[in-house]
Design a protein around this ligand. Structure first.
Ligand SMILES: *[C@@H]1O[C@H](CO)[C@@H](O)[C@H](O)[C@H]1NC(C)=O
Ligand SMILES: *[C@@H]1O[C@H](CO)[C@@H](O)[C@H](O)[C@H]1NC(C)=O
Length: 237
């Protein structure tokens, strides 16, 4: 998805809308690990200016928290991971193409990273009700939060890809997403992690409950960069 020039007002409206969207994204009732009322963070212009740029791909900078001295041993739940990235005008990485996915898989493999969060999210919160196009949710309900792009049905190979990035196995020994923790204690697995051979399945996508803590890969977010550029004339990003 690309965004043409927006007026500042429109971009602010978008950011507020996204904040509300995600505030509604946590309260699934009986999960003790939920912290209700958590919001998406707004970008911090000074942090956007000096954001870590570990590598560059197709117009976006990326970094892995495991490669930053101050974040090396830190792990984050999914929303805290998004917010860490967002303050830098970035977001959790979204893997819309096989080439980009291969790049992130390679980073995981070469650095022996056990797992990371991506921006992938199940649309199971307020605003997703009565969306027949998202049913059944385990096949059609996944999207990239950072760009709001839909993820191709989980049981099919995305056109242009040579493999299905979702693992073909997991806790329940069935293809992902399997919502396995829900069977254990009713915690929905609403977030998309990349796991490195946890189920003897190589590097692959898994649905995981969002409260788990993992390192993250942040990727430039055009909306946030455009917003900060338009509200801070002359800023170097
Ligand atoms: C979804 O559909 C149900 C049943 O038709 C209705 O009661 C409910 O208000 C709808 N929810 C939304 C958010 O539209
Ligand atoms: C659900 O089970 C997992 C795995 O055993 C555990 O880590 C988590 O704390 C449990 N959550 C709840 C709500 O009991």
């Amino acid at each position: 998805m690309t965004f043409a020039l927006h007026s500042t007002v429109f971009i602010i409206a978008c950011i507020l809308a996204i904040s509300v969207y995600v505030q509604a994204d946590t309260p699934n009732g009986n999960r003790p690990n939920d912290r209700p009322g958590r919001f998406l963070s707004l970008p911090v212009p000074e942090k956007c200016s000096r954001r870590p740029k570990e590598f560059f791909y197709k117009g976006h900078n990326y970094f892995f928290t495991g490669h930053l001295v101050e974040l090396k041993d830190k792990k984050f739940d999914w929303l805290d991971g998004r917010n860490l990235c967002r303050e830098y005008c970035m977001d959790l990485t979204s893997l819309e193409t096989q080439e980009e996915n291969n790049l992130i898989f390679k980073l995981i493999q070469q650095n022996d990273v056990p797992y990371i969060w991506t921006s992938g999210r199940l649309c199971d919160f307020k605003g997703c009700e009565n969306r027949t196009d998202l049913e059944p949710k385990n096949l059609h309900g996944w999207f990239w939060s950072a760009t709001r792009a839909k993820i191709f049905p989980t049981n099919r190979i995305t056109p242009g890809w040579g493999y299905n990035a979702w693992s073909q196995t997991g806790h329940k020994k069935i293809p992902q997403p399997d919502n396995a923790e829900f069977d254990i204690n009713r915690t929905v697995e609403s977030c998309l992690a990349i796991l490195n051979n946890v189920y003897n399945d190589g590097i692959a996508w898994h649905d995981v409950a969002c409260y788990h803590e993992k390192p993250v890969v942040c990727e430039d977010n055009e909306e946030l960069l455009n917003y900060v550029a338009s509200t801070n004339p002359g800023i170097r990003l």
